[in-house]
Design a protein around this ligand. Structure first.
Ligand SMILES: Cc1ncc(COP(=O)(O)O)c(C=O)c1O
Length: 365
């Protein structure tokens, strides 16, 4: 199974001999504003739903998502997180040759390997701020069955303009492009950047995670949208009741209130914008670390004088968990990622970074 996710709070708590609840987890990319206020109330109200089987294909929640995006429900599937689709697509499409625009979320690679596919990585360069090299992806997409592309990308935060991705999709009609938009709702103008409504492309599948934006990773919900022929192929590998009753109730309710979603997105974006500014100011003038500019609330950083593992260990002593990015294909052991939370937590991280990068403290490289 899976290697290299963030969020291992119990491991750090064990090392420090403290309680898991005392660890601040900035290694996981979840909405720093928190979930929509009414989620707990919905769960309390609908708790008895667990005594019945859910809809086998989560049809109601698919209809809600489709209505919100003004697409046909037959172009939508719901899964146990987008993870369900990342691991199902290579098998459902009988993929032999896969390309991953990297550095990227490692489950694309793990999913390919689970199905006996050895994917090739199309690496974006640090010198180009990890911008997607469209010509290079295009060259590698030739003859490939599948291309995984994350927008905005995890862990770099890079947002690729829609027309560049559209160019690839049109240029390679025999290649299926999986565009992972799990972090797109955090970005201004997300609706115009998104491919969810572009179901006319026969070689495009879009992943939309509910875990990140609504801060409900434990409910395990995500959507796949795309052209009907591809959706039907993936549906052929769908297991009934893949989304549990409570998850279906919550997501159906969320999408029944589109105005509340819009206002939640706006509040999230404004919050991130402000907290990023405060955080960057707190780190101004600090040497030994470079932050990569991105529209996301998670930030990729490169260290000059410390390895990522030493740095994470040092920050961990302040009970803050950040992501060592050394195991991302295409990044070295000098990269870390942290995901902003509330202001006091972000400033605590800034203080810890300053303390641990102060001259004389980073001599253990
Ligand atoms: C880029 C990206 N896609 C998909 C996922 C999977 O999320 P979920 O299965 O909760 O939808 C993650 C989780 O971290 C992610 O970072």
């Amino acid at each position: 199974m899976i290697q290299g996710h963030g969020g291992n709070k119990s491991k750090l708590a064990g090392q420090l001999g403290c309680r898991v609840e005392d660890i601040i987890d900035m290694s996981c990319n979840l909405n720093p504003l928190g979930p929509p206020e009414n989620i707990h109330a919905i769960i309390r109200e609908r708790l008895s739903a667990i005594h019945s089987l859910p809809e086998p294909d989560a049809a109601s929640m698919c209809r809600g998502f489709a209505r919100y995006h003004d697409i046909d429900p037959k172009n939508v599937m719901a899964g146990n997180g987008t993870t369900f689709f990342i691991y199902t697509i290579p098998r459902a499409l009988y993929v032999k040759k896969a390309v991953i625009a990297a550095p990227a979320y490692s489950d694309y690679r793990d999913a390919c390997r689970m199905h006996g596919i050895d994917p090739v990585h199309c690496l974006a360069k640090k010198e180009q701020n990890f911008q997607l090299d469209i010509d290079k992806v295009s060259g590698m997409a030739k003859g490939a069955d599948l291309v995984f592309l994350c927008n905005p990308n995890n862990p770099t935060g890079v947002l690729t303009p829609k027309d560049k991705i559209a160019y690839l999709i049109k240029r390679h009609p025999n290649t299926c492009f999986v565009v992972d938009e799990s972090y797109l709702p955090f970005v201004e103008d997300a609706r115009n950047l998104s491919f969810v409504e572009d179901t006319h492309y026969p070689n495009l599948l879009v992943l939309s995670s509910m875990s990140k934006i609504f801060k409900i990773p434990g409910l395990r919900t995500g959507f796949l949208s795309g052209g009907t022929a591809l959706i039907d192929k993936v549906m052929g590998h769908y297991q009934p009741w893949s989304v549990n009753s409570l998850a279906q109730e919550v997501i159906t309710d969320i999408f029944a209130h589109p105005q509340a979603i819009e206002s939640f997105y706006q509040r999230t974006r404004a919050y991130i914008h402000e907290e990023k500014q405060v955080f960057s100011q707190a780190l101004q003038g600090i040497s030994g670390i470079s932050l990569f500019d991105a529209p996301t609330y998670f930030i990729l950083a490169e260290l000059d004088r410390m390895t990522a593992s030493d740095f994470c260990r040092a920050i961990g002593r302040d009970k803050i968990l950040i992501r060592d990015c050394g195991n991302f294909h295409g990044l070295s052991n000098r990269f870390v990622r942290f995901s902003l939370k509330t202001r006091d937590i972000n400033l605590a991280l800034a203080d810890s970074i300053k303390k641990n990068l102060a001259p004389g403290t980073a001599d253990h490289v």
